[in-house]
Design a protein around this ligand. Structure first.
Ligand SMILES: Cc1ncc(COP(=O)(O)O)c(C=O)c1O
Length: 476
C-alpha cells in the first residue's frame, strides 16, 4: 500500500500501541507476574536449559513485520521463563539468592515506563531526591556520619569498583605505582577484578589465607603490611568482608579499622551480601565496627529483597567520591550550574542510569521497616534450622556453622559426591543448592535469605539431600 505524503505513520511505525492494546498487553504481563509470585513454591526450582536447543530457538533475525504481543508473551512463557533458575524460589538456596518482591517489580515497570533519567538533578530531580534520601538512610543504618553519601549501582561488583576508585583517588591521587591492597582468600572475586580493571597488577594484591573461621587474620595482615613497607611499597587499602559469599564470615571489623587507622590506609567493607543485616539486631551485633569503614558495598538485590540490578556504594566522605568521578564536559554546563544539586552521574561510572532507588523506596514504604527487619532475622533462623537438621543426621559434617543465613556442610569423604548431589537436586527440582570449596575440600552450602522459605522447606530439602546422599554412597 502506498502512503500519501500527508498521511500520519501508523501506530506500529511510531512504535506505539493503541491504549486498548497497551492495557491488554500490560494486564497480561501483570497476570503472568502475579501467577509467578503466587505459584512459585509449587513449581520446580528452575531449569538449566539445553544450550543447543535454547540457542537455536533465538538465533534468528527479527521478523520484518511485527507479531501479536500476546503471542510473543506466550512464547516467553513457554521457552524463556521456565528455562532459568528461579533465584526467588523459596527453596533456591544456591549462590546468593535473589528473593525480590512484587512491589519492587512494579517499581521497575514504573521506572522503565517513565524512562526516568537518573543521571543528573536536571534530568531527574524527583529520582535524585529519592536516591539521596535512601542513600542517606542507608548511611545512617551503617552508622556513617552526616558527611557520608553514595549511589546506586548495578550490584556488588560495581559497588566494589566504585569504592576502590574513590580509595585510589583519595589516598594515591590515582597514581598506583608500588601501591598494595590487602584482603583474605574468602573475598569475592569482584574485588580482584575491580582492582585489575582500575590498573592494579596481580603483584600489588595481597590475598591472605583466612583463619579457621574464614576471617582475615589481623596479625598476618599487620605483618604483611610491615613487610611491604620495608620493601618500599605503599600499602594503601584493606578490603574487609561483612559476610563472605562462601560462609557468611565477617572479618574482625573493629581490629581492621584500628589497623587501617594507625596505618593511614583506606578500609573498604564488602557488605554486598551481609551489610543489609544491619537492619536486624543480630546483624548489628555481628557487624560492629562497620561504621568505621571508609566505604561500604551493600546490595539491595540480595538481602534487601529487591529485583536485579540494585547495588549501593556508600562512602564516609561523599566529597571524595565526587572528586574521584566528577568531570564537567561542555554539553553538561546546564547540569553543573548549581553545585548544591545532587548529580548521581558525578559520583560513579554511569551517566545514563535507571531509577534503581525507586524499588527500594517503594517496597520500604509499602511493607515498612519492621517487615524488612523480620525478614532478615528469618534468614538467620532458617540457616540455624538447617544446621540443626544436618547435625541430627548421621554422616553429615558441618564445615562452617550457620552464620549470616549461610551454612556449609558435606556428606562423607568424597568431593565427587557433593558435586553429584548438586546435580541430583537440580534434576529433582524440589530445591537447589550449590557447592563451593573450603580449605581444599568440596562443600555444599545453603544460603537462606528468602523470607518466604518455610521451616518445612528446609526440613524437606535436608531430607531429600540425606536420601540422595545415602543412595549415592551405596552405589560407590
Ligand atoms: C560478598 C560479595 N561481594 C560482591 C558480590 C558481587 O555482587 P554482584 O553479583 O551484585 O555484582 C557478591 C555476589 O554474590 C558477594 O556475595
Amino acid at each position: 500500500m502506498e502512503v500519501a505524503m500527508n498521511e500520519e505513520p501508523s501506530d506500529h511505525s511510531r512504535l506505539a500501541l493503541t491504549p486498548d492494546q497497551m492495557r491488554e498487553f500490560g494486564y497480561r504481563v501483570v497476570d503472568v507476574l502475579v501467577e509467578h509470585f503466587v505459584g512459585l513454591e509449587r513449581e520446580p526450582v528452575g531449569t538449566k536449559g539445553d544450550s543447543v536447543r535454547l540457542v537455536s530457538l533465538f538465533d534468528h533475525d527479527p521478523p520484518e513485520m511485527g507479531r501479536d504481543p500476546g503471542e510473543v508473551l506466550s512464547q516467553l512463557e513457554h521457552d524463556v521463563f521456565p528455562n532459568n533458575l528461579h533465584v526467588d524460589h523459596p527453596r533456591f538456596f544456591a549462590f546468593v539468592p535473589g528473593p525480590n518482591n512484587f512491589v519492587s517489580t512494579m517499581a521497575d515497570a514504573l521506572a522503565a515506563g517513565f524512562n526516568v533519567f537518573n543521571g543528573t538533578w536536571l534530568g531527574g530531580s524527583g529520582a535524585a531526591a529519592i536516591e539521596l534520601g535512601i542513600v542517606r538512610w542507608l548511611s545512617r543504618v551503617c552508622g556513617f556520619p552526616e558527611s557520608a553519601g553514595g549511589l546506586f549501582v548495578s550490584g556488588g561488583s560495581m559497588a566494589n569498583l566504585t569504592a576502590l576508585v574513590a580509595a585510589r583517588h583519595a589516598l594515591l591521587q590515582d597514581r598506583i605505582d608500588r601501591a598494595t591492597v590487602y584482603f583474605s582468600d574468602q573475598t569475592h572475586s569482584s574485588v580482584q577484578r575491580a582492582l585489575h580493571v582500575i590498573g592494579f597488577l596481580r603483584e600489588q594484591m595481597r590475598k591472605l589465607p583466612s583463619d579457621k573461621n574464614f576471617r582475615l587474620p589481623v596479625h598476618d595482615l599487620r605483618d604483611a603490611i610491615r613487610t611491604d613497607r620495608a620493601k618500599g611499597l605503599r600499602p594503601f587499602c584493606i578490603v574487609a568482608n561483612a559476610g563472605t559469599t562462601n560462609t557468611g564470615a565477617v572479618d574482625p571489623l573493629i581490629d581492621l579499622a584500628d589497623l587501617a587507622q594507625s596505618e593511614k590506609m583506606w578500609l573498604h567493607v564488602d557488605g554486598a551480601f551481609g551489610a543489609a543485616a544491619l537492619l536486624s539486631e543480630r546483624g548489628r551485633v555481628l557487624l560492629r565496627g562497620v561504621e568505621r569503614a571508609d566505604s561500604i558495598s551493600l546490595d539491595p538485590h540480595k538481602w534487601l529483597f529487591q529485583s536485579f540490578e540494585c547495588g549501593c556504594v556508600l562512602v564516609r566522605d561523599v566529597a571524595l567520591l565526587k572528586s574521584a568521578f566528577q568531570i564537567k564536559p561542555d554539553y553538561l554546563r546546564d547540569v553543573h550550574r548549581n553545585p548544591a544539586e545532587f548529580n548521581p552521574g558525578d559520583h560513579g561510572v554511569q551517566l545514563s542510569r535507571s531509577f534503581r532507588a525507586l524499588k527500594v523506596w517503594l517496597s520500604l514504604q509499602t511493607f515498612g521497616l519492621s517487615a524488612f527487619r523480620n525478614a532478615i532475622t528469618r534468614g538467620f533462623e532458617l540457616a540455624e534450622i538447617a544446621d540443626r537438621e544436618l547435625r541430627a543426621r548421621k554422616g553429615w559434617e558441618i564445615l562452617s556453622p550457620a552464620q549470616m543465613a549461610t551454612v556449609c556442610f558435606r556428606f562423607g569423604e568424597s568431593d565427587d559426591l557433593q558435586t553429584q548431589l548438586v546435580d541430583i537436586m537440580m534434576r529433582d527440582g524440589y530445591a537447589l543448592l550449590t557447592s563451593t570449596e573450603l580449605r581444599g575440600v568440596a562443600s555444599l552450602r545453603l544460603c537462606t535469605i528468602n523470607p518466604r522459605t518455610t521451616e518445612q522447606d528446609i526440613v524437606g530439602t535436608i531430607g531429600r539431600l540425606d536420601k540422595f546422599a545415602r543412595e549415592l554412597d551405596c552405589q560407590d
